[in-house]
Write a protein that binds this ligand. Structure first.
Ligand SMILES: *Cc1c(COP(=O)(O)O)cnc(C)c1O
Length: 360
């Protein structure tokens, strides 16, 4: 057992059993005598792994049969472009809800492709909350409506999803996929960079409903069409073999934990340990309004930047690492993804109490 607790926002902590099985496969994958980095993506061993990874994800998330699962490259950031390239047909409008840095980056990209309507925004309030349902101005015949389910930098999270009345709901779930149960059938498309909650950097999961696969204009470059990747089972070109292997291991680990429902309960406990302290005095100040708080990324401030520096240095001495807030907002951010053990959240909570007492 290692004794460092990793609060990195991404790439982020991975479960120890996953690191162990990956280190074995780095030498000898599936008794081939070859490393997972050396096998062909066209080999029968890897093909089996790819199909098993897809069926594990289908099972764990309850993905209905009329959806395809893709493992792509280019990160969530490429999806900011691929979504409008494929789904935002000429003369159509896409609704975007702006809840933080990643949403606004997605909006910037979509505007290069077509017409965007900002159907809701909390920008004027420094992204301290998720807009409520009655604040949204959704377009009845929009090509799709895009949300960021969890705002990794600002620390807010959709608690329930907007009813788009038949318009496909597209969600960037990079930082909370597999952290809570969701009804996939409510979404047209879900995407997530793996490096927060489901694996290493280098692979991005896309879950897409059948009717949205083949909507890209004819002249779209091959690699940017969802239909290319669907028809080739994500192996049009060399897929990120090693990263997909790690996702496979993470999915098995989730099953060993009791599935997403069990993980969700632990995540709630982990988050409660930190939020209790933010709410119990004036020393720490949570930056997100109560009804919008994330269970994955918890940003907070101390009374001064000097104290924040001291807090981070003291945390590192206790092997609590990766707690510095995003450079664009400062402060502290505790990212407590699935793979962070509850002991890690408890140690951070204990340290927070101790640090505040020392300054009283
Ligand atoms: C990290 C993150 C991204 C960017 O992901 P890349 O894979 O680095 O492109 C996008 N959206 C959200 C919500 C994120 O947390």
């Amino acid at each position: 057992m290692r004794n460092v607790f990793i609060f990195n926002a991404g790439p982020a902590v991975l479960p120890e059993p996953v690191l162990e099985s990956t280190s074995k496969a780095a030498i000898n994958f599936a008794n081939t005598g070859m490393s997972i980095m050396e096998v062909s993506h066209r080999s029968k061993e890897f093909d089996a792994l790819m199909n098993e990874t897809i069926s594990l994800l289908q099972k764990i998330m309850g993905i209905p049969e009329n959806y395809k699962v893709l493992f792509l490259q280019g990160g969530a950031s490429l999806q900011f472009a691929m979504v409008p390239i494929n789904l935002l047909g000429a003369g159509k409008v896409a609704d975007y809800i702006d809840t933080g840095s990643w949403s606004s980056t997605a909006i910037k990209e979509a505007k290069k492709i077509g017409k965007v309507n900002i159907a809701g925004s909390s920008k004027a309030e420094d992204y301290t909350r998720i807009p409520s349902a009655d604040e949204l101005s959704l377009t009845p015949d929009a090509a799709y409506c895009h949300i960021t389910s969890n705002n990794t930098i600002y620390g807010s999270q959709w608690q329930s999803f907007p009813d788009t009345k038949g318009v496909p709901l597209v969600a960037d779930m990079s930082s909370d996929i597999l952290s809570r149960q969701i009804d996939v059938s409510k979404f047209g498309l879900i995407y997530a960079g793996a490096q927060k909650n489901m694996g290493p950097a280098g692979v991005t999961v896309v879950i897409i409903r059948d009717d949205l696969v083949d909507l890209a204009p004819e002249n779209t470059p091959t690699m940017l069409k969802y239909s290319t990747h669907v028809s080739k089972n994500s192996m049009h070109n060399t897929c990120p073999v090693m990263a997909i292997f790690v996702v496979h291991e993470v999915l098995n680990w989730i099953i060993d934990q009791g599935g997403v429902s069990a993980i969700e309960k632990i995540n709630e406990k982990k988050a409660a340990l930190i939020y209790e302290i933010l709410d119990s005095g004036d020393f720490y100040r949570g930056t997100v309004q109560k009804g919008s708080r994330s269970r994955m990324n918890i940003p907070f401030r101390l009374p001064s930047e000097d104290l924040e520096k001291e807090f981070l240095a003291g945390a590192a001495k206790k092997n609590l690492v990766g707690l510095k807030g995003h450079r664009s907002v400062g402060g502290i951010r505790a990212s407590i993804y699935n793979a962070l053990p509850i002991e890690g959240a408890q140690r951070l909570a204990d340290y927070m109490v101790e640090f505040a007492k020392g300054k009283a």
